[in-house]
Write a protein that binds this ligand. Structure first.
Ligand code: HEC
Length: 111
């Protein structure tokens, strides 16, 4: 087999490995913008992923999971339909793309 064909096969194998995302979409990533928005919009009530108003409802993964929040979409849903004490962030205040960056930041940062 020519060398080029061999490297193409290896390349194809590597690439298919990279696109093999886990169930439920790609893993959450921390972006500078996500972190900045979190600091501006969420940190006043959720410093370091805590909760100054409802101490039992922090943003730490285990606590979130206990409350049925396991994906970025679940966190965005919370921003759109918050519980008592939390301000509502609609699409005008935080557009979906930014909401997703914040959600990814939360899931990747507070474990
Ligand atoms: C004015 C204070 C306040 C702000 C600002 C705020 N939250 Fe909250 N948050 C709360 C309170 C109070 C709760 C508990 C009530 C509830 O379940 O919604 C809460 C709950 C949550 C929960 C559920 C936590 C759990 O363990 O069940 C998530 C997720 C969350 N907030 C995300 C966010 C995000 C993301 C932002 C920023 C876009 C934000 N919050 C901004 C007060 C706030």
């Amino acid at each position: 087999m020519p060398r080029r064909a061999v490297s193409l096969i290896i390349l194809a194998a590597l690439m298919s490995g990279c696109t093999d995302t886990p169930r439920g979409g790609s893993p959450p990533v921390v972006t500078e913008r996500g972190g900045q928005l979190f600091k501006e919009r969420c940190a006043p009530c959720h410093p370091n992923g805590g909760n100054v108003l409802t101490p039992g409802k922090t943003l730490h993964a285990g606590v979130l999971a206990d409350h049925g929040i396991t994906t970025p979409a679940d966190i965005v849903k919370k921003m759109r339909n918050p519980g008592p004490g939390m301000v509502r962030f609609d699409e005008t205040t935080i557009p979906d793309a930014d909401a997703r960056l914040i959600a990814d930041y939360v899931l990747a940062t507070f474990r």
